[in-house]
Write a protein that binds this ligand. Structure first.
Ligand SMILES: Cc1cc2nc3c(=O)[nH]c(=O)nc-3n(C[C@H](O)[C@H](O)[C@H](O)COP(=O)(O)OP(=O)(O)OC[C@H]3O[C@@H](n4cnc5c(N)ncnc54)[C@H](O)[C@@H]3O)c2cc1C
Length: 411
């Protein structure tokens, strides 16, 4: 990342292309998705835009270059995510499944596994889906807890050359796939004889062995097809085990580093839209007084504080994504701060902006509460701050020899 913090000409081009794509394909989609009551129908509404994004090379742009893709650096990812999430964070989350599900493949996949599992996402047509099946309906913050705690309950039982997988998974976007037969690839966190492990199931293994028990109806991010599914005797070749049995906890934590960092950028996108709305209101509305309300010091103070906090989270998230996707050893620490600080700042900032607008904001037709509802998701998704992320920060602080200056390079 350039220490001048100026976007390169290529990044300016990326920003323009991403914004044009979002304005042409995501703005109206977001409106339609918001009002469609059926979770399956509203997820399907995104498919044409998804196919256009794949055809335009955006999906390939999520896959690192050494694995055949065209991903740029972390700041490039931040630019793309911010521009798209400003219109439709749910679209980005649905499309970005490979950003989590393929990370362990890159980390420990054999050449054969890499070739097979990455191939669907290098396509320039269709709408391939990947899901990281970590969360379970009974809770997943303690997925690594050893017996007698339940920890991960989904089991992978060896049967000759196969594992037979049974259990329940929840929340991950597009667990049922477009048609109920599963995504193209599902990285399943499960308990094998050697401990918590990651096993990749492909559509051919999932079709007919996946039952949707419940679709979740989200207050925001409504285009994410989130469901509770039951995996019933999913037979997967043992060759689809990633790394070794028992390596799942470590691989799973690493898989959520980049996506955790990206939550800071999702938070920026929600704050940016909310700020635009509140600023327009404050500079145009007098509310019966003599001057636009921005002329009142109390209102201007809130707007000024909000703007500063948005810029702070944007820079933190650029730094975090740059570190997380660039293989910086301090990437996990940066990602955790972007996730925790970014998500909680967004909830605070947008709540303050609602107060600036006043009662007019408390109408779903007024375009402000929708961003608060989006922001409220960010402390609880990608590992809730309370149950998962702060515990990871605590573990870092307790590491013998932890140097608080190391991540910034100022040690
Ligand atoms: C739109 C969307 C997309 C998602 N995408 C995915 C995905 O791709 N893949 C996936 O697997 N999941 C996904 N999720 C789920 C998400 O990652 C959750 O963050 C994850 O399930 C963990 O939630 P949790 O920490 O609340 O867990 P839970 O286990 O339900 O814990 C609930 C609460 O209990 C408390 N708690 C539990 N244990 C502890 C502890 N040891 N210490 C302190 N407090 C504790 C905390 O307050 C915690 O928040 C998604 C969810 C949504 C809404």
């Amino acid at each position: 990342m350039s220490v001048s913090f100026s976007l390169s000409p290529e990044q300016v081009g990326l920003k323009r292309a991403a914004r044009e794509f979002a304005e042409a394909n995501l703005r109206d989609l977001a409106e339609t998705v918001r009002t469609e009551p059926d979770p399956v129908r509203r997820a399907a509404l995104a498919r044409p835009a998804f196919e256009k994004a794949v055809a335009a090379g955006f999906l390939k742009g999520l896959i690192p270059v050494p694995f055949g893709g065209a991903a740029g650096g972390g700041v490039d990812a931040a630019i793309l995510i911010e521009e798209w999430a400003a219109h439709s964070p749910d679209f980005v989350i649905s499309m970005a499944g490979p950003l989590i599900a393929l990370v362990p493949v890159y980390e420990v996949g054999t050449p054969g596994q890499i070739a097979r599992f990455v191939a669907p996402f290098l396509a320039d047509a269709g709408a391939p889906l990947a899901a990281m099946a970590y969360s379970e309906p009974g809770g997943s913050a303690n997925f690594d807890a050893p017996p007698p705690a339940e920890g991960t309950r989904t089991t992978a039982v060896p049967d000759g050359d196969h594992y037979v997988i049974n259990g329940h998974k929840a929340w991950a976007s597009h667990l049922p796939g477009w048609d109920g037969d599963g995504p193209d690839l599902m990285t399943i966190v499960c308990r094998a004889p050697g401990g918590v492990s990651l096993v990749v199931a492909e559509r051919e293994h999932l079709a007919g062995h996946l039952e949707v028990e419940e679709y979740h109806d989200l207050p925001a991010l409504r285009g994410c097809l989130t469901a509770t599914v039951r995996l019933v005797d999913v037979r997967v070749p043992r060759a689809n085990l990633l790394g070794r049995e028992g390596q799942g906890v470590e691989l799973c934590r690493n898989a959520f580093v980049g996506s955790g960092a990206s939550i800071g950028t999702f938070a920026v996108a929600a704050m940016r839209r909310a700020f635009e709305v509140a600023l327009r209101f404050a500079t145009t509305e007098k509310r019966g007084g003599a001057v636009p309300i921005v002329e009142h010091q109390s209102v201007a103070d809130v707007l000024a504080d909000a703007k500063g906090r948005i810029e702070a989270v944007r820079l933190l998230s650029w730094r975090a994504l740059d570190a997380a996707l660039g293989g910086d050893p301090h990437g996990p620490e940066w990602a955790l701060h972007a996730k925790v600080f970014g998500s909680e700042t967004a909830v605070d900032v947008i709540t303050e902006l609602v107060k600036v607008v006043g009662v007019s904001a408390y109408d779903t037709a007024f375009p402000l509460l929708r961003y608060l509802n989006e922001a409220l998701a960010y402390p609880v998704i990608e590992g809730s701050n309370t149950g998962v992320r702060r515990r990871q920060l605590q573990a870092l602080l307790r590491t013998p020899g932890y140097d608080p200056l190391a991540a910034s390079g100022m040690a």
